[in-house]
Design a protein around this ligand. Structure first.
Ligand code: ATP
Ligand code: MG
Length: 486
């Protein structure tokens, strides 16, 4: 955060100040009262269950300089009509004040956080970088991330998400990116959009926002992403993982008449960043040859799942465009770890059972990616998938749950455990796959799923846990890990 007086904050946000105009905010701006540190500013948000204003006294006691809120509180405050708009104004001011900081935005339906985390681990080699762990990607998280920048910051790596048309354009307006990465167009939140073309329209707002001297980094393997090259004035750089196992192509290939191995557009230029010779080790960690305009290098990721190859190559392309050399990129990719939790966390129990905790979120493409990883890890044993429902799919919901059930059954899993009523359509579809001889089990909740699994698991088995955030299944992995010793 660049130090700002309360008077300045009131001026930038158009708010009314109650407190010492000269008091300086020198610490982080947060919306989670537990994260306040001395010198910080607490933005009070009225949520469904809690109202941040109730914590006003507590955050001041913890060292906050003031509260940014919408109604009077008995402590120093800046009162505004709309807190996200005030955060946007502050973040815009900070971004304008730091012309030396280069801003990159990453969007897509799946893999934003992972790509952001990998990219940050590369770009940190170039200079001070702001890219917090986790999904700070909406009208709160985005400005809060920008607000962390200060005079020393050289790079901002931002995750941008959209639940509707105009959202990404709005975020780009706060801190205009010069570099934009689009990973894929899938069905995450598709219900809110009303179709994949609308999702593409929304994600493409990132490249529309780029300036002529900017760089748009596009996934050439996804036709809807590649088509965004027509929507930007920035220079277009593309990446491709066509050397990937077949499953990868299927992940994001929209239903279209031509075969998945065909290039998406025959007139498309050759991608500049490529992954070839993709292989997976015993734990499903990909190794590949990275081909770039500067030459090629072998890479072995520590991350699990072939879907992390495009994430890694996209991050490599961004880092390269920012000036990182190939050797550093390859070293950085080899060293990159998952910074954000519950994404393909693979743990082996002492008794030989492997647990994959991928419970951060779920949409049809990411569930298929995770089942592919499960199938790979369980190739010599039995695979079990504990799946909760996939939220925000709207009209796509029933068909998407059925599709996932069929996919799981065709993957030959030993068991499919659907948690909660909303996940039940997964089981119905799986049972409909005649060639499948696995068990389809309905569990009322997470505890029920654990109870059903413990007696079934034996050494060599692999369990995947995956659901939308709302299902809250991330804790199951820990319970299952404990069961090994119990
Ligand atoms: N390139 C990809 N293609 C398909 N699935 C992916 C890809 N990358 C990640 N995933 C899957 O998506 C899950 C979430 O990954 P990540 O958190 O990086 O995505 P995100 O786009 O940030 O999600 P959110 O919209 O919730 O912020 C992973 O655990 C994995 O199962
Ligand atoms: Mg995310």
């Amino acid at each position: 955060m660049i130090p700002l007086s309360l008077a300045r904050i009131a001026e930038i946000t158009g708010g009314s100040l109650d407190g010492d105009p000269a008091a300086m905010v020198t610490g982080e701006v947060v919306i989670d009262s537990r994260r306040i540190a001395p010198g910080g500013l607490f933005a009070a948000v009225e949520g469904e269950r809690v109202d941040g204003h109730d914590f006003a006294a507590a955050v001041i006691a913890a060292g906050a300089v003031a509260v940014l809120g919408t109604r009077p509180v008995p402590v120093p405050s800046v009162l505004v009509a709309d807190v996200p708009a005030a955060l946007a104004a502050l973040a815009g001011f900070v971004a304008d004040s730091l012309p030396a900081a280069r801003i990159a935005g990453i969007t897509g339906s799946s893999g934003k956080t992972t790509t952001k985390d990998i990219a940050a681990q590369l770009i940190e080699r170039l200079g001070p970088t702001i890219a917090p762990a986790g999904s700070f990607n909406n009208e709160f998280g985005h400005p809060l991330t920008v607000l962390r920048a200060d005079a020393a910051t050289r790079y901002l790596v931002l995750e941008l998400s959209a639940r509707g048309i105009g959202h990404i354009a709005y975020l780009c307006g706060i801190a205009p990116p010069r570099y934009g990465v689009v990973l894929n167009v899938g069905r995450a939140h598709a219900g809110k959009f009303g179709g994949l073309d609308q999702v593409a329209r929304a994600k493409g707002e990132l490249v529309e926002a780029l300036p002529a001297d900017g760089v748009a980094i596009l996934n050439a393997d996804d036709p809807r992403v590649l088509a965004m090259s027509a929507r930007t004035q920035a220079r277009v750089v593309t990446f491709s993982c066509t050397g990937a196992p077949h499953a990868l192509h299927a992940l994001h290939a929209p239903r279209r008449p031509h075969a998945p191995h065909e290039p998406p557009q025959s007139h498309a230029p050759q991608p500049s960043f490529l992954a070839a010779d993709i292989r997976l080790d015993d734990l499903g960690r990909p190794g590949f040859t990275l081909l770039t305009p500067d030459g090629s290098a072998p890479v072995r990721l520590r991350l699990h799942g072939v879907h992390n190859v495009p994430n890694a190559v996209a991050a490599a392309a961004l880092a390269s465009e920012l000036g990182l050399g190939l050797g550093e990129i390859a070293d950085g990719l080899n060293a990159a770890v998952a910074r954000s939790r519950w994404r393909m966390e693979v743990r082996q129990r002492a008794d030989g059972v492997t647990i994959i905790n991928d419970a951060y979120n779920a949409n049809p493409e990411s569930v298929r990616a995770a089942i592919d990883a499960l199938r790979y890890l369980a190739r010599d044993g039995r695979g079990f998938a504990v799946l909760g429902h996939m939220a925000e799919l709207g009209d796509f919901s029933a068909a998407s749950h059925a599709e996932v059930g069929e996919f799981a059954a065709n993957a030959g899993l030993a068991g499919l455990i659907a948690v909660g009523d909303e996940a039940a359509p997964i089981l119905a579809a799986a049972r409909g796959v005649r060639s499948w001889h696995g068990e389809a089990i309905a569990a009322p909740d997470g505890a029920g799923a654990v109870a059903m699994l413990v007696n079934r698991l034996k050494p060599g088995d692999v369990v995947l846990i995956k659901a939308s955030r709302a299902a809250g299944l991330e804790g199951l992995a820990a319970e299952l890990e404990l069961e090994a010793t119990g």
